[in-house]
Design a protein around this ligand. Structure first.
Ligand code: SAH
Ligand code: SF4
Length: 410
């Protein structure tokens, strides 16, 4: 398991690749199986592949439509393509190759948690009808869809949020997070990241233009330590699946070189920063990565982002009882946020307990009091409702059922 030490000492000022992190996502295990998976390729790449096989270029678009819009994951259902072509592809060893839901769990609050098979591992993806009340619920709310939503009836929800994983495990070692206990097992490919979304949309029978779907890249892993694949997944989801980047939010623990790179992207999701502490001393103690990229540097990097109109960065703040939720913490957090003068909002998350982690959850009253202090300081502040606690789907709890893999992989 990657240690705190590894994070603190890896000399990667130029970003994750320079640190030798596998940003291609093609680990030895995954690449053999990944070679002939169609899912994850853009329409242009699919066209190229088909042209090389003697087909007309428009077949690429058809194949992309079948994979990403019709969400076909077997040859039989791809009825827009000639049988002979499907047969030829299958004979050559190609598979539709979207990751499949291996197991699902349903919470009393409607949240569903899925274990999605990605090669030898499973990753976790969470479906939250009606979102979680946090800042991301307001994402894209100016997009003028509200009228159409209220007309929906029958399946009982108008919008939903899908929480997506970017890595199997995580190397960042935040002290309060269960995923950290796994260490990093491997990066997910773009197809495996986007595939979680398509698998869940399919399971839920979502008609995209009739429902508002928000994506949050807040599942297992640190998306900015798998930057290439994460951004490739974003483009696939935008171009091939049809979800606007304004409806996506990526959360990072503060990988500064990647934030700067993100700032230079022509089109990108919204950004959330896991701030989690009001000063460097506390942040270092709960997030060792702060020693590498302290709050000042982090804020400087966020400042390089050309925010769209009405766009705000979200500061996520996990409330650990007695550690980050004291009155002075709220005061200091308010001052910190004010000092940096960024268009921002704060998302408060009451810590979800996990086995072997020695923090305590704050009381509901203290969470409200913390919010009040920030509101009084003029800071837009949300409280994220814990969703699916009974099925281990809440923030930082996405770990449990991957443990068998941990044992198997040694
Ligand atoms: N690795 C990225 C995204 C995944 S973590 C990041 O850290 O930003 C998503 C959010 O869950 C982060 O804001 C993190 O601080 C929070 N989190 C992690 N463990 C938690 C726990 N046990 N309870 C509540 N929130 C937690
Ligand atoms: Fe990784 Fe995010 Fe958990 Fe930190 S909070 S260990 S960055 S998943």
């Amino acid at each position: 398991m990657p240690s705190k030490h590894q994070i603190e000492t890896d000399p990667n000022p130029a970003g994750p690749e320079a640190a030798g992190l596998d940003t291609s996502g093609q680990s030895a295990v995954a690449s053999a199986a990944a070679d002939r998976r169609l899912f994850g390729r853009t329409a242009a790449e699919l066209a190229e592949l088909l042209v090389a096989a003697g087909e007309k270029p428009y077949r690429g678009r058809q194949l992309a439509e079948a994979l990403y819009r019709q969400r076909c994951n077997d040859w039989a259902s791809m009825t827009t393509l000639p049988v002979a072509l499907r047969q030829r592809l299958a004979d050559a060893g190609w598979t539709p190759g979207r990751p499949e839901i291996a197991e699902s769990f349903r919470s009393v609050d409607g949240t569903e948690r899925y274990l999605i098979q990605t090669g030898e591992n499973t990753v976790e993806t969470v479906w939250m009808p009606e979102g979680d009340g946090g800042a991301e619920d307001s994402a894209g709310s100016d997009a003028g869809q509200a009228g159409g939503e209220s007309a929906e009836a029958g399946d009982g929800w108008k919008r939903a949020t899908i929480c997506v994983s970017s890595q199997v495990g995580c190397a960042v070692n935040c002290q309060f997070c269960l995923t950290a206990k796994l260490g990093l097992q491997r990066n997910l490919t773009a197809g495996e990241i986007a595939g979680q979304v398509v698998a869940v949309l399919e399971r839920q029978g979502v008609v995209l233009n009739r429902k508002r779907i928000n994506l949050v890249f807040m599942g297992m892993g640190e998306p900015f330590l798998n930057y290439e694949n994460f951004m490739a997944a974003v483009r696939l989801l935008r171009d091939e699946v049809g979800i606007a980047t304004q409806r996506m939010t990526v959360s990072t623990s503060g990988i500064v070189p990647a934030i700067r790179r993100f700032a230079a992207e022509e089109d990108r999701p919204r950004l959330a920063i896991s701030l989690n502490a009001p000063n460097d001393a506390i942040r270092e103690s709960v997030m060792p990565i702060n020693r590498k990229w302290p709050i000042g540097e982090l804020m400087e990097a966020v400042r390089t982002i050309p925010f769209r109109q009405r766009e705000k960065v979200t500061f996520e703040y996990v409330l650990l009882d007695g550690v980050t939720n004291r009155r002075e913490d709220a005061r200091e957090l308010a001052a910190l946020v004010a000092r940096h003068q960024l268009p921002c909002m704060v998302n408060l998350i009451a810590w979800n307990p996990g086995p072997g982690i020695a923090y305590s959850s704050p009381s509901a009253e203290s969470v409200l009091a913390f919010q009040q202090q920030l509101l009084q300081a003029g800071i837009q502040t949300y409280i994220r409702r814990p969703r699916g606690r009974d099925i281990y789907a809440a923030c930082g709890q996405l770990k449990r059922t991957t443990e068998p893999e941990l044992v198997r992989l040694g």
